[in-house]
Design a protein around this ligand. Sequence first.
Ligand code: PLP
Length: 381
Amino acid sequence: MTGVADLLREDLRGRQPYGAPQFDVPVRLNTNENSYPLPEVVVEALQKALAAELAGLNRYPDREAVALRTDLAAYLGHGLTAERVWAANGSNEVQQQLLQAFGGPGRTALGFTPSYSMHPLLAAGTGTGWIDGRRGPGFDLSPAEAAAQVRAHRPHVVFLCSPNNPTGTALDPAVVEAVLAEAPGLVIVDEAYAEFARAGTRSALTLLDDHPYLVVTRTMSKAFGFAGGRLGYLAAAPEVVAAVRLVRLPYHLSSLTQAAARAALAHADVLLGTVAAIKRERDRLVAELRQRGAEVADSDANFVLFGGLGDQRSVWRALVDRGVLVRDVGLPGWLRVTAGTPAETDAFLAALDQAWRRDGVPGDPAVADGAGAPDEGSGRG
Ligand SMILES: Cc1ncc(COP(=O)(O)O)c(C=O)c1O
């Protein structure tokens, strides 16, 4: 008899699902969540908003989520209106819908690796061919390099990510403009971490009026601390919104999600109050890691990529053993740590000081006598 595995689409066979570990350890700094629980005033507002929906759950929600889209447009500014904004269960779903509408079998999407690991997975799920674009040394991407790759491949969809996950650095706006000038299809700028960017960083939202192929995706999962609420959105031309409406499931956003997201947005000031504190921890992590001799990419996000670790898997394991979960994004020698509370930074740095040192791994005799480079470190400590 044929096994289920044999029934699977050929292009999905042997693939692994997205799977950041969800370990129950005291310090979880591996999925770039906001470490701060929602403040009481927001919890109460959510309780009220959700309670008001409960008796009406016998009815389907507003399929077009107009009130929520209106609130999201007001939050974004830039003269946006509901007809240029779309929302779904996380920006992952928004991007999936974009690929369903603009990608698909026989079409291609290009992203500049390393970048957000879900972009190629969403391409795979929608049968869109994936093209791994290149970055230069230090993960740089120049306008000319980016444009040349778009010119060479002529993809139906380009993914840019600014600030980029996992590197943390915001894109030079000239890169976005160079790609827009060259791209024959949709250009998605994933701005999941935009609210954490350093002062003076320009959002691609400023380019929307002049570029009908541009889509900017955002999320409430990070700065708003609303990852469990699952709400992502996009801003684009009305034609893009009309296109995703062709592929979205009917009633994809539950009444509860819409009500909760609106209540959270009504408290944007309170929720975004954590951003300054997180940026302080982000900058502290950058400084502390550099002081310890790690290579550190500049960060405009709520996480920091640090390298020069040698075997990053053993450092990762040694951190987990000390109750600190960070992310091994599969870049040899590098790990990514989320910026959370000051106490989490303290715990991470204390664990790291036991797990890794630039000049060797504490407790490893081979290293202690100078024979070992950091990349021979076992993470024992
Ligand atoms: C660059 C990037 N885009 C999108 C997302 C997904 O966010 P959401 O929770 O809105 O699906 C993430 C989550 O880590 C991310 O890093």
